[in-house]
Design a protein around this ligand. Structure first.
Ligand code: SF4
Length: 219
């Protein structure tokens, strides 16, 4: 049922030209993961070159690094998580998506979260974080990461946590105590220990009936 609902959203997304990014994309980058079994939604920034080519999020060098960290933490990319981006089309030269572009794409992001109905949302990097949380000047990602909080998406509260974007870790290779890579290990272990032990995959096929209003919400 979740897959069917997501296909409806995807088909709308494939036709979307609501912002300028639609003119230069090769492919929309809609999602990755198993919507029936995923209990955590990971939200990244925007597609890069490899993602634009393949139509899958987190497949470039940053994605490969994320895979390594996930595997080390015992989190299955294929079963435990569902990965999406704040915008579905690649910004030219991999620039940060503008507020207008994020706002134009928000309906897809919100619909995906609503359909997946995750136990937790993981915000990967500053762009994803700022899409949901208004930060004051003292609140850098280094200070906010690793802390559980509640975010509201379309009127519904979700448990959420921020982690570094894996592309940041490509530029910070140290494994010293307190380094970004060590903190990433710590944060993913936190997510695994807090959210994933509760998973009962026997319930995966017993999905509740999803609202017919999903499609209405997308119109
Ligand atoms: Fe549409 Fe989102 Fe692509 Fe912009 S980025 S064209 S809003 S799908």
């Amino acid at each position: 049922m979740k897959k069917d609902c997501l296909e409806i959203v995807r088909s709308k997304c494939e036709k979307c030209m609501a912002c300028a990014l639609g003119k230069t994309r090769k492919n929309i980058v809609f999602s990755d993961g198993n919507p029936s079994s995923a209990k955590v939604v990971f939200i990244g920034e925007a597609p890069g070159e490899m993602e634009d080519e393949t139509g899958r999020p987190f497949v470039g060098r940053a994605g490969q690094l994320l895979n390594e960290f996930l595997a080390e933490a015992g989190i299955s990319r294929e079963e435990d998580i569902y990965i999406i981006n704040t915008v579905k089309c690649r910004p030219p030269q991999n620039r940060v998506p503008s507020d207008d572009e994020k706002a134009a794409c928000r309906k897809f992001l919100n619909a995906q979260i609503d359909i997946i109905n995750p136990r937790a949302i993981v915000l990967c990097g500053a762009t994803a974080l700022k899409s949901f949380v208004e930060l004051d000047k003292k609140q850098t990602i280094s200070k906010v990461r690793g802390q559980w909080m509640t975010i509201n998406v379309d009127g519904k509260d979700y448990k959420a946590i921020t982690i570094f974007h894996p592309s940041y870790l490509l530029r910070n290779r140290s494994m010293a105590e307190g380094s970004p890579r060590r903190l990433m290990q710590q944060d993913l272990k936190n997510i695994k220990d807090t959210i994933l032990p509760e998973i009962d995959h026997s319930q995966d096929c017993n999905e509740v009936v999803f609202m017919e209003t999903k499609e209405i919400a997308m119109v």
